[in-house]
Design a binder for this molecule. Structure first.
Ligand SMILES: NC(=O)c1ccc[n+]([C@@H]2O[C@H](COP(=O)([O-])OP(=O)(O)OC[C@H]3O[C@@H](n4cnc5c(N)ncnc54)[C@H](OP(=O)(O)O)[C@@H]3O)[C@@H](O)[C@H]2O)c1
Length: 353
């Protein structure tokens, strides 16, 4: 076992200022642990928040961020079948021993096999955002074919996943995004109606497109004014999904408004299911693999970077200058680093969800 490279921070702050590459000794492997030779890892908005100390999970300093990886299992701890060694997997690393490193450790319950033909980059980007969106749309909102789904920040990480999964579920998908490039991207994913909220009022557009009824399901990773305005275009018996607060403001809703209009506000904290209901997370993984293999979903990877480039890429993500997912890779292919052709689903595949 040899040393490996990892990005670590010893003080909290902006990723570009506090993250540095270090050479570390092989990690200790406790009971139930799995060691992974990391081939790729995906970047998430939560990594930025974690570097700043503004996320609900606060690992002790120094730590390595990064919440999703793919790679090959090299060692297993007590209580884990040795058959896992050599398997291609995706995983959620232990808190603090994150995915911006060439080696990481995860609980066996957080390790998921991937198909032999799936590129490591796709696998790394198929977990957090797709799991969150699938859980939100199906488990929490029980979305039905033919219902109208409005996805805010549709060009972002969870947004692109929610658009693809909404279409795969047979919903009529609308999206909002800021600026032409992001609007075009949502359209290329197959969203029927895309609203540039910088120039148009999404409330009016959604009402008009639904004959005044509003959207049945609203997927909101933004919060703030976006959440407040969403309450104005939610349908009778609609479901407003609270995914995140990229706007920086946690909104409040008057209970009488939910009563009068008969809608539900549904909290979504996907990470909690890993301890409260890990079987469901594995069930969703199988469903996502099925959808991927059927060609109904494919992570929209806009950039593939080297490990050393992750801090700058997190800076771009924090400044909302990114679309889809950024992935770091140990073995970037020559054609990586360009926007991938997104999957476009005209008709939903039957029986895959
Ligand atoms: N609840 C859960 O279990 C769960 C799981 C995963 C992620 N999340 C949360 O979901 C949110 C989105 O994550 P992500 O990885 O999809 O992020 P992302 O790819 O960076 O997308 C976020 C998008 O939010 C929009 N936005 C609006 N106001 C913003 C602001 N002030 N600063 C930055 N972005 C702003 C931007 O789109 P426009 O430019 O189009 O406005 C941006 O592209 C985060 O809050 C994350 O923590 C929650």
């Amino acid at each position: 076992m040899s040393k490996f490279r990892a990005l670590r921070l010893h003080r909290l702050g902006e990723p570009e200022e506090v993250l540095g590459l270090e050479s570390l000794d092989p990690l200790l492997l406790g009971d139930g642990g799995v060691s992974i030779d990391v081939m790729a890892g995906a970047l998430n908005f939560s990594d930025v928040l974690m570097c700043r100390g503004g996320y609900q999970v606060k690992p002790a300093l120094p730590f390595t961020p990064g919440v999703e990886v793919s790679g090959v299992v090299t060692r297993v701890g007590e209580g884990v079948s040795s058959e896992l060694v050599g398997e291609r997997v995706l995983a959620v690393p232990d808190s603090g021993l994150g995915g911006f490193a060439e080696e990481t450790v995860a609980r066996v319950s957080q390790v998921f096999r991937i198909p032999p033909a799936m590129p490591f980059e796709d696998a790394a980007a198929l977990h957090v955002t797709y799991q969150t969106s699938h859980l939100a749309l199906h488990r929490r909102a029980a979305i039905q074919p033919g219902e109208t789904l409005l996805v805010h920040a549709g060009a972002g990480g969870v947004g692109t996943a929610a658009i693809q999964l909404g279409i795969a579920a047979g919903a009529r998908v609308f999206a909002t995004a800021g600026g032409k490039e992001k609007v075009d991207l949502c359209r290329s994913l197959g969203a029927e109606l895309v609203i540039d909220y910088l120039s148009d009022d999404f409330v009016e557009v959604v009402k008009e497109a639904t004959g005044g009824r509003g959207a049945d399901v609203i997927f909101d990773p933004v919060g703030g004014d976006t959440f407040d305005r969403s309450r104005k275009c939610i349908a009778f018996e609609g479901r407003l999904l609270v995914i995140g607060f990229t706007s920086g403001r946690i909104p409040e809703a008057p209970a009488n408004h939910a009563l009068v209009k008969n809608y539900s506000i549904l909290g979504v904290h996907w990470g909690l299911y890993n301890t409260k209901n890990p079987a469901l997370v594995h069930e969703i993984h199988r469903s996502l693999i099925g959808l991927y293999e059927a060609g109904a979903i494919r992570p929209l990877i806009s950039e593939v970077v080297e490990l050393s480039e992750v801090p700058a890429a997190l800076g771009r993500l924090a400044d909302r200058r990114t679309t889809g997912k950024i992935v770091w890779s140990r073995a970037p292919a020559p054609d990586n680093g360009r926007v991938r052709e997104p999957v476009r689903q005209e008709t939903p595949p039957s029986g895959t969800i």
